[in-house]
Design a protein around this ligand. Structure first.
Ligand code: BGC
Length: 327
């Protein structure tokens, strides 16, 4: 009798054990199994790096925007990196790091000096194509340049000064950085046009370090040290905006014409308000798009056409005011 009871107990225990094991497997599966989501694992065709002059700069944000759109359309993974504040040594270190990371291509602002030439040589030797964007260094082995013809853009600035008045003009220039090749080329172009006009003279050039506050301070210094200045010119994207701020501080009642560079929203607003008279327009988004396309082409073949100049043009405040009236 006791044996029969033991047997029954044994059978019931086995059945209970089997039921528990089945439940454990079933609910465990339901709880912990995650269906692989194929959209999580994106396959990229290439990995490119875009190296800007500094982070949080609206002009470079536009280049990034154009580049990112084109990269996405071609399933390219794009790293966007830059020194926090414009700094050549840091930018060179970033390029070097991207070479070590063996990316498929590097798009970078050209940097003045022998170290840039050496780093580009190193990248090319290791089979990594390098393109300059915005600022070129023709002495390097970069595969191509995408950006404005900065010398020509400087000539457009000069022509703007010549056309604006027949009177004597004493010019104060606020430039991004004196050790930037593109800034030097713009100033050369400007000087080339005005040199044949005896009524026009550049009295001083000050750096803004490509910041608005730097441009306001540079304006302050220029107007303090050269009160005879009649016209102010900015050669990088935030200079015009900073110049207006500087004039408001030191000479709010004087009518000093301002010629700026680029068409950031604040610059266009100041043209609308009449505080900036003219600006040379660049096309940063288009530069970004073109650079990615060129880099993509370079993955297959070398390039024949190494300079991809993107048009610049002079815009007057009347054009901006007219555009706004008609919209
Ligand atoms: C220049 C860039 C520079 C930027 C600064 C632009 O006009 O083309 O080289 O980084 O201004 O805001």
């Amino acid at each position: 009798m006791a044996d029969k009871f033991k047997n029954k107990l044994y059978i019931v225990s086995v059945i209970l054990f089997v039921i528990c094991a089945i439940c454990m497997l079933y609910f465990g599966y339901k709880t912990f199994y995650m269906k692989a989501d194929s959209s999580d694992v994106k396959e990229y065709t290439y990995h490119f790096a875009l190296i800007a002059e500094e982070t949080d700069n609206e002009y470079w944000d536009m280049i990034h925007k154009g580049a990112e759109q084109t990269a996405e359309a071609h399933d390219i993974y794009l790293d966007y990196i830059a020194p926090q504040k414009a700094d050549n040594d840091e930018a060179l270190t970033l390029i070097d790091r991207m070479i070590s990371a063996k990316v498929d291509g590097i798009i970078t602002q050209g940097i003045e000096g022998e170290r840039f030439v050496e780093i580009v040589h190193k990248g090319i030797e290791r089979g990594i194509p390098i393109i300059t964007i915005d600022t070129d260094v023709t002495s390097s082995e970069r595969k191509a340049y995408v950006g404005s013809d900065n010398h020509k853009a400087g000539q457009q600035l000069g022509q703007a000064v010549v056309d604006s008045s027949d009177k004597d003009q004493y010019i104060g220039v606020v430039t991004g950085r004196k050790d930037s090749v593109s800034q030097q080329e713009r100033i050369e172009g400007l000087k080339e046009v005005i040199q044949s006009h005896s009524n026009i003279e550049i009295v001083a050039i000050e750096e803004s370090n490509i910041t608005q506050i730097g441009a306001a301070q540079a304006t302050y210094t220029l107007l303090k040290e050269h009160p005879n200045i009649t016209t102010l010119i900015g050669t990088s994207a935030l200079d015009g905006i900073g110049i207006v701020e500087g004039i408001e501080e030191i000479a709010p009642n004087e009518d000093i014409p301002v010629i700026a560079f680029d068409t950031l929203p604040d610059t266009l607003q100041l043209m609308q308000d009449g505080a900036i008279d003219m600006t040379v327009e660049q096309q940063p988004e288009e530069m970004g798009r073109e650079a990615i396309k060129l880099m993509l082409g370079l993955q297959e073949n070398d390039l024949l056409d190494n300079e991809r100049y993107i048009d610049t043009k002079l815009i007057r405040k009347q054009d901006v005011q007219k555009d706004d009236d008609s919209s």
